[in-house]
Design a protein around this ligand. Sequence first.
Ligand code: ADP
Ligand code: MG
Length: 688
Amino acid sequence: MYQLSNSIIILDGLGPKTQQRLNTIGIFNLEHLLFQLPTRYQDKTKLAKLNQVRVGDEVLIQLTIKYTEQVSTHKKQLLCYLSDSNHQNLLLRFFYFNQYQKQNFVRGDIIQCFGKIKMGQNSLEIHHPEYRLISKGQANLLEKTLSPIYPLTANIRQTQMKKWIDIALEVLQQSDLSDNFKNLTNNAMPTLKQALNTLHHPKVYDNIKQIANFKHLSQQRLIIDELCAQRLNLLKFKRKRKSKTSNIFKIKNNLIQKALNTLKFKLTKAQQRCINDINSDLSSNHPMLRLLQGDIGSGKTVIVIFACLQAIENGFQTTIITPTEILTAQYLQEFSNYLTPLGIGIAFLTDSQSAIQRSKQLEKINSDTVRIIIGTHVLIQTQVIFDKLGLVIINEQHTFGVHQYLSLVQKSHNTPHQLIITTTPIPKSLTISVYADLDYSIIDELPPGRTPTNTIVLGNEKKNKVIEKIKQVCNTGNQVYWICTLIEESEVLRTESATNTHNYLKKNLEELTVVLIHGRMHKHKKSNIIAKFFKGKIDVLVATSEIETGMNIINTSLMVIENSERLGLTQLHQLRSRVGRNLDASICILMYQAPLSYNAIARLDILRKTNDGFKIALKDLELRGPNEILGTHQIGITNMKIANIVRDRYLLKQVQSYSKQFLKLDKNKQHILITRWITDYNNPYDNI
Ligand code: ADP
Ligand code: MG
């Protein structure tokens, strides 16, 4: 018999390739499979009656085959006509099929099928149902419990995922799952085992609506578990760090004064306060572990620069780790703007560098010529040897877990000071509890003179107007960013549709430089285009949405977002924030394809009305339909599996008190809890 701690590689039909894919979504052993929860359920617990079904229902139904027919319109289709005992009809429609399948549909036979009811021309229809030929002795589709549908991540098929998770569930029935909450909650909640069983295979009487809203006791049980693990992890981290000594930076004003002289603006009070907080950490002998939080555009960069300057004054290097290459490029640009006038050199590391480029940069990093090093995770992974690392800055950007960069610490001189930057628009009270009371500074004031981006919502039929606007904007020397957000399944299709848009714009904007950038391009080509755009040599940049991550283009005063009705609020807010950084009033045009759903109207409307990241984040939660988001995370502090700190904020008080109690439990139990949820956790505490 298997153990929950067994690697997933022992499962039938699961090879090294699949193993690797599952590893990337945090599944290493059978226990991890248990925490891969369904996104929704199908009800195959009863047979529906044809005269009672409604369009849109997903039903299991048993009928008699009348006849089949093969038709060819532009493509071949197989039609199979069914009827019930009252001679009411249902049509099964197959767009792809084989002859064997066709021959198997025999007049008079009983068939069971499951699928979504659609309205056809002459009768109700189901397209590509799951079906069983009952007369031929095929097994019944009826189930005792609701059937889980798992998120299809990592290119795994539904049937495979289901099979493997079912095995894990079987193992679970005979295993002991460490469950510290049993004691902590006095049995007020289901055990972990019960909770998992319920969520994978709810009974018909279980409250599915509650599950869809993440309010089911079984979910609360898991959410608390996960949030406790996250918090415990941070608390341990913080505790350990507090016991370390770091390099004391003497606060000096020499470089700072020079930098201030080159600034074209005055620091806001909020910025000054954050700088003071950081300076006081840097000058103490305990390593700084501070969170700097501010909405996009609130002016975090200059604060970071000032921290770097203190490191330099004291002879130390600073490294800035960003989640994407594009952000690295952007930081490099921004930092050069600030630091080149001061004669400070910067090194950078990215995945797309050639071997020669990389070794050149590595050499610099290991020498005393460079004090600032910017890069992606490569900074952690490669054999980077710093000359004298004293300050580590992490740009969290919603995805980066605090534990991931700990290996960097080994590369540094004493325990380095650390600053985590986040744009996550969550309220202060949440920040404190989620980040486990890490020291934090919040920029609660935007730089003055910011004109909020004027947001316009336009239907696709008004494309002409947009073209006119683009001409206007470019005539005044500004740039335009056009985002294609087609959520096509394949990158090929996305590229194709972006290419079409690009051609359309080129044709209609002959006098302007219109350039396309997309995910399938070679990395070098991409960075070239971005560099050109930064330099103002491109008027209109057409980009597929996977490119967007973190571009900050000062000179862009018009952003057009295609198919905006298909994007989430937070995503739209982030995209929009990339404009509106210069003094000219900026415009964001949200284009949509009519008709809009009620929900889409509300989404676009809130964007029209406010630029406030926090308001938008809350509205986002409010608007998302329960079925739409089961299992996904709008705002993840780290990559959480089930919990969502904004949605689940009502549980945080409990989490705080439980994790405090956990801290008193033995280390092994803590380790079990943490590794259950933080699967790329690699017991880093021994290293710091
Ligand atoms: P964030 O990193 O928080 O998204 P940035 O640091 O990139 O924001 O700042 C956004 C823009 O605001 C930049 O163009 C920057 O030069 C400008 N800026 C920053 N601080 C101020 C200030 N105090 N007054 C005016 N402009 C500022
Ligand atoms: Mg910035």
